[in-house]
Design a protein around this ligand. Structure first.
Ligand code: GLU
Length: 281
């Protein structure tokens, strides 16, 4: 069985990079006689807009992509995220953290620490709150919760997943890599009550995704997802991280790159096949 998904955030227009990702996943599902699902990743309610969501449906339809209804929307899924956070909290694997980005930058670049280390989530957390935080009682609300990476990896030496994309092969990640180069990632953001990592893992499992197709900018984050799957007894999908679509200067396209919005190509009279050619499909 092959079941994949496209999981855009409705925080801006779909651009060529999104079109490539969605078309590739859709084509792979068709070729395998499997399913393609759509999931709206709208946990960041300060940035998600209904008009962007409507535009996503419209652009994907125009591209010839079809998916089963109803579409899963992460903003409906907080109870599922809370249940998992409660579980991780009661296992002592989470701790509250009150550090701001500036606090982390200051602590991480203290003279004895050298240059701040960058991980898949930005600066690797130097651990300021780890020892002093109170992990007893009920899970606190309204504060960020970090995963105690070293504790989460107790008894785990290595993690593995199968990759079929640009770095195809059996991928092994050492526990040491996760501890020193990824660190205590935030699993519940103060302002959201969840995080990309937590939600994506719970929802890929809930949607029974067997193949995750997404850009290679998320390759490093996959180690976090595989660890969470192991901690939560969830299956690990096959991952397919694809090349990124870049502009003529080699810079990868960002959501803000409105000049390349699919909508604008449509307005110029381009066809879905033109888009396929532009992204190399
Ligand atoms: N919402 C994420 C994004 O737009 C999706 C990441 C994923 O496919 O796991 O980048």
């Amino acid at each position: 069985m092959f079941r994949t998904r496209f999981a855009p955030s409705p925080t801006g227009p779909l651009h060529l990079g999104h079109a490539y990702s969605a078309l590739l996943a859709f084509d792979m599902a068709q070729a395998a006689g499997g399913s393609f699902l759509l999931r709206i990743e709208d946990i960041d309610q300060s940035r998600a807009r209904p008009e962007w969501e409507a535009q996503i449906y419209d652009d994907l339809h125009w591209l010839g992509i079809r998916w089963p209804e109803p579409v899963m929307r992460q903003s409906d899924r907080q109870p599922a995220y809370d249940a998992v956070l409660d579980q991780l909290w009661s296992r002592g694997l989470l701790y509250p953290c009150t550090c701001s980005r500036a606090d982390i930058a200051a602590a991480a670049s203290a003279p004895q620490e050298g240059a701040p280390l960058l991980g898949p989530d930005g600066m690797v957390y130097p651990g300021t709150c780890r020892e002093s935080a109170d992990r007893t009682g009920r899970r606190p609300a309204g504060t960020s919760l970090r995963l105690d990476m070293a504790m989460a990896l107790e008894g785990i030496d290595r993690l593995h997943f199968t990759e079929t994309g640009t770095r195809a092969g059996e991928i092994t990640i050492s526990a040491q890599h996760l501890i020193t180069e990824v660190g205590d990632v935030v699993l519940a953001r103060r302002d959201m009550g969840t995080s990309y990592h937590l939600s994506v893992v719970i929802d890929d499992a809930a949607q029974e995704i067997t193949h995750v197709v997404r850009g290679e900018d998320l390759f490093e984050a996959t180690a976090i997802h595989v660890l969470l799957q192991q901690l939560l007894d969830l299956p690990t999908a096959v991952y397919h991280h694809h090349r990124l679509i870049r502009d003529e200067t080699g810079k990868r396209l960002a959501k803000r790159d409105d000049a390349r919005a699919i909508r604008l190509y449509r307005d110029e009279g381009k066809s879905p096949d033109d888009i396929r050619v532009m992204v190399g499909l």
